[in-house]
Design a protein around this ligand. Structure first.
Ligand code: DMJ
Length: 343
């Protein structure tokens, strides 16, 4: 299995389910799964291999990315707190520290790294898919566990990202692609996956950048009637014309509404819901689109549509206290995890 996907979807789901139900069978399953995933971390750098065999512990695929290395600490850390066994927290923390130690002097990370050599094989820096939730988890690990190392890593990373990746184009605020060593701008693409960032910025207290970026991403949605997978924000043209039923822009609207109470984020939510129903609804579910221009549908619906897209849409309109964000964080698959004190 892929360590990253199984961790954020299944381990996160089991842990969240356990905390909500206090059904010990879920914690037992989480512990069994966590122990079977641990061999993934047995690399020379401590960063996990992409794949691990749950029966044999055999690992493969040393070429990974920051998201797959850095999006494990909420789940493995919660497992440690619930079981009293520090090994899960320690392995996941060591991995993210090993990655952070390999950032460039500018404070940026690249798109692809080898867990055996620690060498970057792609030095393109951005906040989109493959890097995105690395930043999200630095912030959230500080919020959930009070981890001061994660606080420092988040603050330094957010500064570098703002300095080298953000730009203003025709009055709109965006984040694009740059070389991690030189800061040279490589492209001006914004993908649907990167629309998580206003939510993360809002959670960190940076409501100014959060609201400006959300205004831009909402424009990305409304310009095309639904959100393309990737645009060039200088020309406002489509680079990738699919729509994968993604949650990120809705997730960010939820956080922004939660922290500001501004009704315009619920207005955005009405637009998202209206367009989802018009473009994607079928008799048996909601379909991803292969083309946002023609509304051509794929015969597919990813599980995150239920776990995240609909959940954040619901939460956007639910009463603000439905999930208490002072005591919970959502993992990157929208499973709420509760703060727990160390045993
Ligand atoms: C989800 O699996 C997670 O949100 C992940 O962090 C990014 N990709 C999908 C949703 O788009």
């Amino acid at each position: 299995v892929k360590n990253f996907d199984i961790t954020i979807r299944l381990l996160g789901g089991l842990l969240s389910g356990y905390q909500l139900s206090v059904d010990n069978r879920l914690l037992a399953l989480a512990q069994d799964l966590g122990a079977r995933l641990l061999p993934a971390f047995n690399s020379p750098t401590g960063m996990p291999y992409v794949e691990v065999n749950l029966k044999t512990g055999k690992v493969r695929n040393p070429r990974t990315n920051p998201a797959e290395v850095g999006t494990l600490l909420l789940e493995f850390g919660t497992l440690s707190r619930l079981t009293g066994n520090p090994v899960y927290y320690d392995k996941a923390k060591r991995a993210v520290v090993a990655l952070y130690a390999r950032q460039s002097p500018l404070g940026l990370v690249g798109s692809s790294i080898n867990v055996e050599t620690g060498v970057w094989s792609d030095s393109t820096s951005h906040i989109g898919g493959g890097i995105d939730s690395y930043y999200e988890y630095l912030l959230k690990a500080w919020l959930l566990f009070g981890d001061q190392d994660c606080k420092r890593m988040w603050e330094a990373s957010a500064r570098a990202v703002n300095e080298h990746l953000s730009e203003k184009v025709s009055g709109n605020f965006w984040y694009g692609q740059a070389n991690m060593y030189t800061g040279a701008r490589l492209s001006h693409h914004f993908e649907a996956l990167a629309a998580f960032y206003p939510g993360t910025l809002a959670l960190s207290g940076d409501l100014d950048r959060a609201s400006r970026l959300q205004t831009s991403t909402f424009r990305m949605w409304t310009t095309f009637g639904i959100e393309p997978e990737m645009i060039d924000y200088r020309s406002m043209t489509i680079v990738d014309d699919g729509y994968e039923l993604r949650p990120e822009i809705i997730e960010s609207a939820y956080y922004l509404h939660h922290f500001t109470g501004d009704e315009r984020y619920r207005e955005m939510g009405r637009t998202f819901l209206r367009d989802l129903i018009a473009c994607c609804r079928t008799d048996v579910g909601y379909a991803a689109l292969s083309n946002v221009r023609t509304h051509t549908r794929r015969d597919s619906m990813e599980s995150y549509f239920l776990a995240e897209t609909l959940k954040y849409l619901y939460l956007l309109f639910a009463s603000p206290g439905t999930v208490d964000l002072r005591n919970h964080v959502f993992n990157t698959e929208a499973h709420p995890l509760a703060k727990i004190s160390r045993r």
